[in-house]
Design a protein around this ligand. Structure first.
Ligand code: SF4
Length: 365
C-alpha cells in the first residue's frame, strides 16, 4: 500500500462511517441487479431525482429476467422524465444479454462487466465492489473532481492521458479491505462535500493534505475546457387532436428521444403551409390551427427551440386519417399518456393542454 493510500483511505472510511449516506434504497444489498440499475440511473442525475424512478422500476421489474422480458415501450415509459434515454435502451439490451449469454447472472469481474451494453469501466467497478466486494477503482465525474483537487491535477481530466493518470492514482489509493465503505465514501464526499461549486473543505477529511485547498482556490479545479456555445435547433411540433385523442409518432430507435412517442415534426412555421402539410401527411383537414407557447430544452450537444401548433381536425369519418394509422403512429387517449414513454417536455406540454378548460372534447369532433 502506498503512503498516500495509508493516509487517504482510513480517513475516508472513517468519515463515511460518521457522515456518509447509509440509507439510500440501493445500499445494504449484494444484488448486482439493483446495484447496476442504481448506477445507470445515477449517471448525470441527482440522487433525489433517481429514488422514485428506481423504486418504480424495481416494483415493476424486480429482477434482470423481468426486465429482459419487458416490452421496450414499457421500459421507456418507466424511464420517461429521467432523460438520456440511450441509458434506458442500453439497460434493456444489457438485461437481455445477461439472460441470453450469462444465464441471468451478472459476471463478477469488472472486465467481463465492461463487455455488456451501457456498462463503462467506472460502473463495472462499482458493481464489482458493491456486489462482490472486489478491489476495483471507480472514476466517475465526482471522483475525478475529488482526485483532481486532492492531488492538485491542473490539466483537463477529459484528456485521455490525464484520465489514465487519475485511474492509476485511484488504483493506488485503494485500501486492502473495507472496499464498499471506501467506494461509498468517495461517492459521498464528491456529492456532499467536494461539490463542483463552493466545496465545504472545513468538513472534509482530506483537507490536511489537499493540494487544491492549499492554493486557496479549490473550486478552480478540475480544469474545464472552455465551453463552446451550444447550437440551437428549431422545429415545429404538431399537436394533432381528434376529439380527446392526440396523435403521436414513435421516434427512430437511435438519436434524440430514440424509441419514445413524440409529436410529429414539421419544418414549416406558418398556418397555411401547416394546414396543407397536415392534409397531405395525415389525410385530414384542420378545423383550427393555434400556435402555442414555444418550448425550450437543452440537450448535451444543442438547444432545442420547439414551436408547438395545436391542430384540431375536422372529422374522423369517411376514411379520414387512414394515413395516420401506421405502426409508428398511434392515437393516444389522454388517460393512456401516463403509461406511454414520452419525452419530458412533450409530456409537460400535453399535460398543460389537458388541464386547459378549452381543451375539452369538441362537439362533433
Ligand atoms: S479539502 Fe476541499 S477541495 Fe480538497 S478534497 Fe476536500 S472538499 Fe475537496
Amino acid at each position: 500500500m502506498s503512503a498516500a493510500a495509508g493516509w487517504f483511505a482510513p480517513r475516508l472510511i472513517a468519515w463515511q462511517r460518521e457522515a456518509g449516506r447509509h440509507d439510500l434504497p440501493w445500499q445494504g444489498t449484494r444484488d448486482a441487479y439493483r446495484i447496476w440499475l442504481s448506477e445507470i440511473m445515477l449517471q448525470q442525475t441527482r440522487v433525489a431525482t433517481v429514488i422514485p424512478y428506481y423504486q418504480r422500476f424495481l416494483a415493476r421489474f424486480p429482477d434482470v429476467r423481468a426486465l429482459a422480458g419487458a416490452d421496450s415501450d414499457e421500459v421507456l415509459a418507466l424511464w420517461s422524465g429521467l432523460g438520456y434515454y440511450s441509458r434506458a435502451r442500453l439497460l434493456h439490451r444489457c438485461a437481455q444479454r445477461i439472460v441470453a449469454a450469462h444465464g441471468g447472472v451478472f459476471p463478477r469481474e469488472p472486465g467481463a462487466l465492461e463487455q455488456l451494453p451501457g456498462i463503462g469501466p467506472s460502473t463495472a467497478a462499482a458493481i464489482a465492489v458493491f456486489a462482490h466486494g472486489q478491489r476495483a477503482a471507480i472514476l466517475d465525474g465526482n471522483v475525478k473532481r475529488v482526485l483532481c483537487r486532492f492531488l492538485g491535477v491542473i490539466e483537463d481530466p477529459a484528456r485521455r492521458s490525464v484520465m489514465l493518470r487519475l485511474l492509476e492514482s485511484a488504483n493506488e489509493l485503494l485500501p486492502e479491505q473495507d472496499l464498499e465503505r471506501y467506494t461509498q465514501g468517495l461517492m459521498d464526499l464528491g456529492a456532499l462535500v467536494c461539490t463542483p461549486r463552493r466545496p465545504t473543505c472545513a468538513a472534509c477529511p482530506l483537507a490536511p493534505r489537499c493540494q487544491a485547498l492549499a492554493t486557496g482556490d479549490p473550486e478552480r479545479l478540475p480544469l474545464r475546457a472552455a465551453r463552446r456555445a451550444l447550437p440551437e435547433r428549431r422545429v415545429t411540433l404538431l399537436v394533432l387532436c381528434r376529439g380527446s385523442e392526440v396523435l403521436l409518432e414513435k421516434r427512430p430507435p437511435a438519436g434524440v428521444w430514440g424509441g419514445l412517442w413524440s409529436l410529429p415534426e414539421s419544418t414549416l412555421d406558418e398556418a397555411d403551409g401547416l394546414a396543407r402539410e397536415v392534409r397531405a401527411r395525415f389525410g385530414a383537414a384542420p378545423r383550427t390551427l393555434e400556435a402555442l407557447a414555444p418550448l425550450r430544452h437543452v440537450f448535451t450537444h444543442f438547444r432545442l427551440l420547439a414551436f408547438p401548433w395545436r391542430v384540431r381536425l375536422a372529422g374522423t369519418g369517411g376514411g379520414a386519417l387512414v394515413a395516420a394509422e401506421e405502426p409508428a403512429r398511434r392515437w393516444f387517449r389522454r388517460c393512456d399518456l401516463e403509461a406511454a414513454g414520452l419525452p419530458a417536455p412533450v409530456r409537460r406540454l400535453l399535460g398543460e393542454l389537458s388541464r386547459r378548460a378549452d381543451d375539452a372534447p369538441q362537439p362533433g369532433a
